[in-house]
Design a protein around this ligand. Structure first.
Ligand code: GTP
Ligand code: ZN
Ligand code: ZN
Ligand code: ZN
Ligand code: ZN
Ligand code: ZN
Ligand code: ZN
Ligand code: ZN
Length: 368
């Protein structure tokens, strides 16, 4: 729901000392975070309690009837309500709303994702929802782009792990860290609605971890990760792992500035998940099929799960693993190592190119 109604905005808490308060950034982004005022803040914010410019309300139609969606039809049809209607608010302003339309699938099933906003929120028109989503995502994309250029400048390889709750993100991270930590510097950001349990599990492996609690929020966003980077200052040429909030829906829409989203599907979840949650499997470049140690005890068809994932994303790279037994981990870890090596090489190449450019400019100046 977050991209369409902005729910959860203003609930973020980033682990650390200090007090908590709400900020509104220059671009209107609202968040609450605890921070130490001795720390430098890299961006400006004014303190205010203004929420996002969202006002939800219910509509009455011209004939006085209230609108509701509880109707059931016995076949397929498509209909639209009477276009634009305007109404007055108590605050005295008046504006027009284009009314939503909805489509019904064959067999009388209800589909609330068929309109332009691809979702439904009582009291919000489709066009308002599309506008809110665009506002939220364009701000997020600005923060994500800043994170990505920071990663690239510093030769940091960043991965965003996404899955439903309990697929094994933290277990996989701990296992991967155990097998990689002698070869590279690693830091981890942990996203959960509440608790610092996952960050503590990561810290127990000996690498740096920072917990972000999102409150009611159901995903991390680029802005939160920017704050995490400021606080953590990951080393040059290091691996930066982000565990997103357990949720197969909303994290798909939010770029954090990572180089790849890695979706984890565990064999206890069913082969059809990529088809039911296509956005996530389309947004990911890699899928880890986890808990494969359980395959002998389940009906799960791993080939079918992979085929379903490739139906929504033909370019997906898939690894079958078990985070608990360690089976299959080496192929996945080789992929991570290759990604970091490419990132480090890219940085030294751009440093070399810069040096050549400076030398060239110096020659030109000397010649004058
Ligand atoms: N059998 C088996 N169990 C696993 C494996 N990986 C994780 N688990 C178990 O699955 C449960 C959930 O694992 P977590 O690593 O906490 O999952 P998560 O995705 O981080 O969960 P959230 O952060 O709550 O979304 C734990 O009981 C793990 O021990 C695996 O490869 N095989
Ligand atoms: Zn959400
Ligand atoms: Zn402040
Ligand atoms: Zn209506
Ligand atoms: Zn209808
Ligand atoms: Zn209105
Ligand atoms: Zn976890
Ligand atoms: Zn901020």
């Amino acid at each position: 729901m977050c991209t369409v109604c902005g729910c959860g905005a203003g609930e973020t808490r980033i682990e650390g000392d200090g007090h908590e308060h709400t900020h509104v950034h220059a671009d209107g982004t609202v968040h609450t975070h605890s921070h130490d005022h001795a720390d430098e803040h890299a961006h400006e914010h004014a303190h205010a309690e203004a929420p996002l410019g969202v006002h939800a309300h219910t509509h009455q139609h011209a004939d006085g009837s209230a609108h509701s969606h509880a109707h059931i039809h016995d076949g397929e049809h498509k209909h639209e309500h009477g276009g634009e209607h305007s109404h007055a608010h108590d605050q005295g302003h008046e504006h027009a709303h284009e009314h939503h339309h909805h489509e019904h699938a064959v067999g009388g099933d209800l589909d609330f994702g068929a309109g332009p906003a691809r979702a439904h929120v009582p009291g919000l028109s489709q066009s308002r929802m599309v506008q809110i989503e665009q506002d939220i995502l364009s701000k997020n994309n600005g923060y994500a782009a800043a994170n990505r250029s920071w990663f690239d400048e510093h030769g940091v390889f960043a991965l965003n792990l996404v899955s439903s709750p309990g697929s094994g993100k933290t277990t996989l991270l701990c296992k991967s860290i155990e097998l990689l930590k002698d070869k590279m510097t690693i830091s981890v950001v942990e996203g959960d609605q509440q608790t610092s349990n996952d960050a503590e599990r990561i810290r127990a492996t000996g690498v740096a971890a920072l917990q972000i609690n999102t409150g009611k929020g159901c995903h991390l966003d680029g802005h939160m990760v920017g704050h995490a980077l400021q606080r953590m200052q990951p080393a040059d040429d290091s691996l930066f792992l982000i565990e997103n909030v357990g949720n197969l829906v909303c994290p798909a829409a939010f770029d954090l500035g990572e180089h790849h989203k890695v979706a984890i599907l565990s064999v206890t979840e069913g082969e059809d998940k990529p088809l039911k949650y296509p956005d996530m499997f389309r947004a990911a470049d890699v899928m880890l099929l986890n808990k494969c140690d359980l395959l002998p005890y389940l009906e799960f068809d791993a080939d079918l799960a992979e085929a379903n994932a490739r139906r929504v994303n033909p370019d997906l790279t898939i690894f079958r693993v078990s985070a608990t037994s360690g089976d299959g981990m080496s192929a996945w870890l080789s992929w991570v190592e290759a990604g970091l090596a490419a990132q480090v090489a890219g940085r030294s190449e751009s440093v070399d190119a810069l040096k050549r450019r400076v030398a060239e400019l110096e020659r030109q100046l000397a010649a004058k």
